[in-house]
Design a protein around this ligand. Structure first.
Ligand code: ADP
Length: 476
């Protein structure tokens, strides 16, 4: 079976968040299921150079005002289709925004990606490759299933995955023509969304199947608190909506083979203490007796970082310490800097994005705090499990599906793998941090937690099987 996966980012080429991790991990995970997946992304500046030798498999002299070519290349084992359109994708700044904010032509930039994806899925590529399934990710690829539906699908089925429904690709309805949508797309059952146009909505309305990245988030999407205005559509499509968890790429995230840290295993945890000492030194923290918590996150409202700021003094007073790596909203960055100044030796903060440092943090931390208000799947709690860095999580979305919170019953049953709290507020988080401190002080209980966490199955095997059976059911 052949699948064309279409997204705006993929590791190892370009990443701003968990989407890239998932898109980059799927091809290898699905290869074991006999599925050949190609990944299509925009050729932002510097992407083609990472692909080695490339071959043109599709071209158009004028797509949104410039010569556009689809270039096939590879990185590692992954076959990549990079959409080379410098007029659309070569910008000073990130994939979506520059110094002035979001690029004004983002709708057209990603419509182009979706348009070409649908075209090569329908008609095949220059090298004779034609997929059975087009798998679109998030609003950036949301128009691809719509184009297949409106202009012919060539026998191709479509799947769209919601990695975060907060991002909906909403733009002015005036752009209907420019985005190459037919007039009948302007309907609340298709692309129209409260007088605007949403590229996510039309994809969700018209794809053959919808997935999201955890079973709990799939349920939550049908409720107003989480559906962000699309809960009605989600409910209407409940039979086609599947929650499939993300996995962790074991080649990148494994404490027994990670070159960024002193290695350790569940049987021999000695290296973790070495990593902890090094991490404390790196963040200017005392290597104290209480738990060293880490946070690796975008600093946004979604991630509940403000709740952490509020709960921090109590945690420090109880003997805990914190190392945080992240960037995002200026107010939250400033609040974290303030906390570091207020609690020297107890709170260390690094603002920025640093993959290597994140590995050292999982290698040396005792716990990872993820207090998200909503979390489609979440990856850092999964890394925490693998590294025996006990997750302290809000019981929402994928956090709820991947961490078994410590309770008297789950501890007695030797099932707990972390600490979980609800509702998602400062009081409940403070309680969870108190629980963390007391679990950490109980040596046998703590070691048991670490060993169970490290044994939890967070691999891609289960999720890959679930995607494979979904694809097969669509083709049956
Ligand atoms: P989201 O995609 O909503 O940001 P996820 O938990 O799904 O959240 O994925 C975030 C990914 O980005 C993880 O791989 C995480 O380790 C990584 N990450 C987030 N912030 C940073 C940072 N400042 N430095 C390094 N990696 C980061």
């Amino acid at each position: 079976m052949r699948v064309l996966s279409v997204a705006s980012e993929s590791v190892p080429l370009i990443k701003t968040g968990g989407l890239a991790d998932v898109v980059g991990a799927l091809p290898a995970a699905l290869a074991g299921e006999g599925i050949e997946m190609r990944v299509m992304i925009p050729a932002y500046g510097g992407i083609l150079e990472q692909l080695g030798e490339v071959e043109e498999v599709w071209a158009d002299w004028n797509l949104y005002g410039g010569h556009t070519r689809l270039m096939k290349g590879s990185v590692g084992e992954m076959t990549v289709l990079a959409l080379d359109a410098p007029h659309l994708y070569h910008r000073d700044g990130g994939p979506y925004a520059g110094a002035q904010g979001d690029y004004w032509d983002n709708p057209e930039r990603f419509a182009a990606l979706s348009w070409v994806a649908a075209a090569v899925a329908r008609d095949g590529m220059g090298d004779g490759w034609k997929p059975d399934i087009l798998h679109a990710h998030d609003w950036q690829a949301g128009l691809a299933p719509a184009y297949l539906r409106y202009y012919g699908d060539g026998g191709v089925k479509s799947v769209i995955t919601i990695h975060n429904i907060a991002f909906q690709g909403v733009t002015s309805g005036d752009r209907l023509d420019a985005l190459r949508l037919p007039w009948h797309a302007w309907s609340p059952d298709h692309a129209e969304y409260h007088g605007n146009l949403s590229t996510l909505k039309v994809g969700l309305a018209l794809a053959d199947a919808i997935t999201t990245v955890s079973p709990t988030y799939a349920e939550e999407l049908m409720r107003p608190e989480f559906g962000m205005g699309l809960e009605g559509l989600m409910s209407a499509r409940a039979n086609d909506l599947h929650g499939i968890l993300n996995g962790v790429d074991a080649g990148t995230w494994a404490p027994g083979s990670d070159p960024a840290i002193t290695r350790y295993t569940a049987r021999n945890l000695k290296g973790k203490a070495t990593n902890r000492a090094a991490l404390c030194a790196e963040f200017g923290l005392e290597n104290g007796a209480g738990p060293l918590a880490i946070v690796v996150s975008r600093l946004t409202w979604q991630k509940g970082i403000d709740l952490l700021v509020g709960a921090l003094p109590g945690f420090i007073a109880a003997g805990g310490s914190l190392a945080l790596l992240g960037s995002g909203e200026p107010g939250l960055e400033a609040a974290m800097h303030d906390a570091a100044a207020r609690f020297p030796g107890k709170v260390g903060v690094k603002i920025g994005y640093d993959e290597g440092l994140s590995h050292r943090m999982f290698g040396g931390g005792d716990a990872v705090i993820v207090p998200s208000r909503f979390e489609p799947c979440g990856l850092t709690q999964l890394y925490g499990l693998k590294y025996g860095t006990i997750p302290v999580v809000a019981a929402t979305g994928g956090l709820n599906d991947t961490v078994i919170g410590a309770t008297p019953a789950s501890l007695a049953a030797k099932a707990a793998t972390g600490v979980s709290f609800h509702p998602v507020d400062e009081i409940a988080l403070s309680g969870a941090l108190r629980q963390l401190v007391s679990l950490h002080a109980d040596e046998p209980e703590w070691t048991g937690l670490i060993k169970r966490a490290m044994k939890a199955d967070v691999s891609w095997a289960g999720p890959a099987g679930a995607y494979a059976s979904l694809y097969r059911s669509l083709l049956a």
